[in-house]
Ligand binder design. Sequence first.
Ligand SMILES: [Zn+2]
Length: 362
Amino acid sequence: MSNRRNFLKNSLIGTVAAPTIFTAASASAASSIKKKKLKNWVWLHPDGKDTTDELKLRYQSYKSAGITGLLFGGLSEKHYTEAKLAGLEAHCWNWTMNKGDKNLMAAHPDWYAVSREGKSCVEVAPYVDYYRWLCPSKPEVQEYLKEEAERILSNDWVDGIHLDYIRYCDVILPKNLWSQYKIEQRMELPQYDFCYCNTCREKYKAISGKDPLVMDYPDASLSWRLYRYESINNVVNQIAVVAKQQQKKITAAVFPTPEVARRIVRQDWTNWNLDAVFPMTYNKFYQEDVKWIGDAVKEGVHFLHDQIPLYAGLYLPDFDNDYQQVAEAIHVAINNKARGVSLFGHISEEVLKTLKEAIRTA
Ligand SMILES: [Zn+2]
């Protein structure tokens, strides 16, 4: 055995051999610190039919189960106010680059991303009808998104903006969707590869001297990839300035690991000026088991260097009411240093009970 291995072995024996009472006290202190710092979230849509009495009861039950914040898809003063009265944070979950707003598409068709086939997302939506991606390189688009964030955050009952669809269109879909869309995406196909609009081509050409549209293998060009990562980074970091000016929080829902995010949606989220990040560690989308959620969290936490908290997104519909698996997912996330979880799907009594117990035993 090498000296180093001997050293490690002796150190480990030293740790285990420490007085029991000291070890137990330290473990308990560490665990209570860990639990105090945990935050848990829910992605949800405000329903106008909810009454304030219903919301009070619902949000109190969320709070007592360990949920600390809600990410609302839409603005509703009633819902945000009741959430805050229950002691929860209330953030606006906003689709950023994917904007299927008919008025916007009609008024500014030139703001939309163009595929390597030369088709704009206004003419042809890639994969699904609601995929209408803006081009991140255009100053008009950046201004529009900053104004949108400013408008959302100017409501004093909104604690922060939560960016979603903050990326390019999927150049490669998560594996579980290949059969659904009847596509075998072994390579980057031109109809799903963005953005080749004139602005992007000119800006990249100014940096590299090359037109990405005439490259033999644009998917193999590292600088063209980098250009696109940085285009989205630039949008996020500009919106982050707006949020900071308004003393509000900015967070984002992102693809599950830094590597997957860059590779399939050109999303370089470890370089964003956020207050927290919410990777959608949806294991079944990638045909992985629950244990993989821990692997994904570990990779994200590693590349964030502890600068901001990471909350692991869990996709409840895929758990098919198997609450033991939900508990295991929460455990592997927290044990790999997620600072909590974010739940997508129906929040039943069972889910709340599972969350509460899983936090206690993590
Ligand atoms: Zn473009």
